[in-house]
Design a protein. Structure first.
Length: 326
């Protein structure tokens, strides 16, 4: 079973053309079953007038979904989980705050503006209350994408991430941009914003020592930027301009973040250190012996071979070739 594959391309499901009385069955069978296996239920008297429209848009590593429909409840049981082909995590946003999520013995009442993350790999129930119609958003991302940003397996129960003291405001801003006026963001910008949103969710879910002081917004942004650098340092084009574009700030501010929070190392220092450490590991291990030193240097992200040799000798006290022989 493929737990990382993406579902069908972006599309819209709408019951407008379905005969009266059959709309709910279409929603349950054709919409819920095909896209994200869940079991919807609705009050008996609402079946005859049921209507639903689901817009599912591929964005970044996952999907942004908008659901407008007659109010109903949704559950995901062990049966649907076993049949699903993707291990999803959900980020739920109800602008009016009319939802209640149950999972693994926990209950979270969604208030106005709350953003709640929960796992699709565990049974859950989501009830919408009070209004006859609902308009909500859910963000779906493969579980592996979120777990890469965590030290554990991810949330086992619903967690409200929009009230995190450091990352909550940034999470809310990302969600507002992604659910705002269509066309306001270009598709490439939306993809970056979507992935940044789940970077922030991962940071919000990470445990923090109780005695740790609340971080400033700039410290939180520095964490995002430095995490990106640690993952992508082998990209020879990675630098202040690329990081700035990725995180919606200016190149000058990227440098300021490293001056303020970078333990005395500049952005260039960190890039060089990551690349040197990776290259040294490749040179010293048997798995890297099939590659030349030059090939390893370029694969590490260096674009100037003489610069690599000078930096390597300063760091390790010997040229790369002698380092390999020793």
């Amino acid at each position: 079973m493929d737990k990382t594959a993406m579902p069908a391309p972006s599309r819209i499901w709408d019951t407008s053309d379905v005969p009266a009385g059959e709309a709910f069955d279409y929603y349950r069978g054709a919409m819920c079953e095909v896209f994200s296996p869940v079991v919807p239920t609705v009050e008996h008297e609402a079946r005859a007038r049921f209507h639903a429209r689901v817009e599912a848009t591929i964005t970044g590593a996952g999907y942004v979904n908008r659901v407008q429909s007659t109010t109903h409840r949704v559950a995901r049981t062990a049966r649907e989980i076993a049949r699903g082909n993707v291990d999803w995590h959900y980020l739920f946003y109800d602008p009016r705050g009319r939802g209640i999520i149950h999972q693994n013995g926990a209950e979270v009442a969604v208030r106005r503006g709350d953003i709640v993350v929960f796992s699709g790999a565990h049974p859950f129930a989501l009830a919408h209350v009070r209004d006859p119609r609902l308009s909500v958003f859910s963000f779906m991302v493969p579980g592996a994408f979120l777990r890469q940003r965590l030290s554990g397996e991810g949330p086992m129960k619903p967690e409200t991430v929009s009230d995190h003291p450091v990352f909550g405001a940034l999470i809310r801003d990302c969600v507002r941009l992604l659910t705002g006026e269509p066309g306001k963001l270009a598709s490439a910008a939306r993809a970056v914003m979507f992935d940044t949103l789940f970077e922030l969710v991962g940071l919000a879910l990470a445990p923090r020592p109780q005695e740790e002081a609340v971080e400033s917004p700039s410290r939180a942004l520095f964490t995002l930027v430095s995490n990106h650098l640690e993952r992508e340092f082998r990209d020879p084009d990675l630098g202040a301009a690329r990081l700035a574009s990725r995180h919606g700030i200016t190149p000058r501010y990227v440098h300021k973040l490293f001056e303020r929070h970078g333990d005395g190392r500049t952005l260039s220092d960190r890039l060089r250190d990551h690349r040197l450490a990776w290259a040294a590991e490749q040179i010293r291990t048997p798995a890297g012996r099939h590659a030349t030193v030059a090939e390893i240097a370029f694969a590490a992200g260096f674009s100037d071979l003489s610069q690599f040799y000078r930096a390597f000798r300063r760091r390790y006290g010997t040229p790369p070739g002698r380092f390999r022989a020793s």
